[in-house]
Design a protein around this ligand. Structure first.
Ligand code: OAD
Ligand code: ZN
Length: 257
């Protein structure tokens, strides 16, 4: 059994507004590799910057398109893991839950989390690289599709390095960081800004900051609690120790994919 500080359990029990802030590590146990791991098989020779950056897109839009189509397929085949499911269940147990994610895989939504704040976009949408056309319905294609309105290349609606985050999502998350009582940051290397700033801002604003990660990150240094374990093990255990059978009841009802 994971040893959890009683003060954390008490803080969660009386928490009115909780933020769950996630990165790629929350989906590792669903079989999706994290960004700072080496890329999979056919993508081994490329770096993240080649496929998720504005410069990469300018150099080779077809490659960037293919990578996103591949990632979309990986995400669709993956299933929500116990961490995604535990997070969805907790929305029934706290007055307000903010799920803020850097992930583009859609697994929080598929586990039943509502109103997920997507800081880095959505792999299930494409948009025009020039005009305002966008859609979430298209045929999988190895070749980059063209905009039916203006003929420019279509691209996935993902925030790449060198691009701004969606203003609504960032504003919401920054505001929530200043009002949440507890922030649990899960599976993030905490090096990609501005997203990485959110838990630090929460700490400055007086929130209790909890880190769940098998490794140290820059955030560990300021965390009130560091649960050094994988997300799929730590979260169901943390919430079970906090809310007992009430949590287990909602957890059992969450879709496992
Ligand atoms: P990273 O790949 O940078 O970091 C993943 C983190 O998850 C690391 O700190 C790992 O130690 C941790 N980790 C690995 N397995 C875990 C597990 N089973 N349970 C919990 N933690 C685990 O991913 P992010 O921090 O999400 O941007 O990266 C931030 C952004 O950089 C991504 O959103 C992406 C990327 O480029 C875009 O796609 C725009
Ligand atoms: Zn267009």
């Amino acid at each position: 059994m994971l040893e959890i500080n009683q003060a954390l359990i008490n803080a969660l029990k009386k928490c009115r507004r909780l933020m769950i802030f996630t990165g790629a590590g929350v989906s590792a146990e669903s079989g999706i590799r994290t960004f700072r791991d080496e890329m999979d098989g056919l993508w081994k020779e490329y770096s993240v910057e080649d496929v998720v950056s504005i410069e990469g897109y300018r150099r080779n839009p077809e490659l960037v398109w293919r990578w996103h189509e591949w990632f979309k397929e990986v995400a669709h085949k993956a299933k929500p893991n116990p961490a995604h499911r535990a997070i969805a269940a907790v929305s029934e147990l706290v007055p307000q839950l903010d799920v803020v994610t850097q992930n583009i895989d859609g697994l929080h939504q598929r586990a039943g989390s509502k109103n997920v704040i997507l800081l880095h976009g959505d792999i299930n949408r494409i948009k025009c690289s020039r005009c305002n056309y966008e859609t979430d319905e298209w045929e999988k294609s190895e070749k980059q599709l063209k905009c039916p309105k203006c003929g420019a290349g279509l691209r996935h609606d993902i925030v790449w390095f060198g691009e701004q985050l969606p203003e609504d999502a960032l504003t919401y998350a920054m505001h929530a960081a200043t009002t949440d009582d507890v922030v649990i940051a899960i599976g993030t290397s905490s090096v990609v800004y501005p997203a990485a700033q959110i838990p630090f801002l929460a700490k400055q604003s007086g929130a209790r900051v909890v880190v769940v990660n098998p490794d140290d990150t820059p955030l560990t240094q300021i965390a009130d609690d560091f649960i050094k374990a994988t997300a799929g093990v730590a979260l169901p255990e943390l919430f079970k120790q906090t809310w007992g059978t009430q949590f287990e009841k909602f957890y059992e009802q969450t879709p496992a994919g």
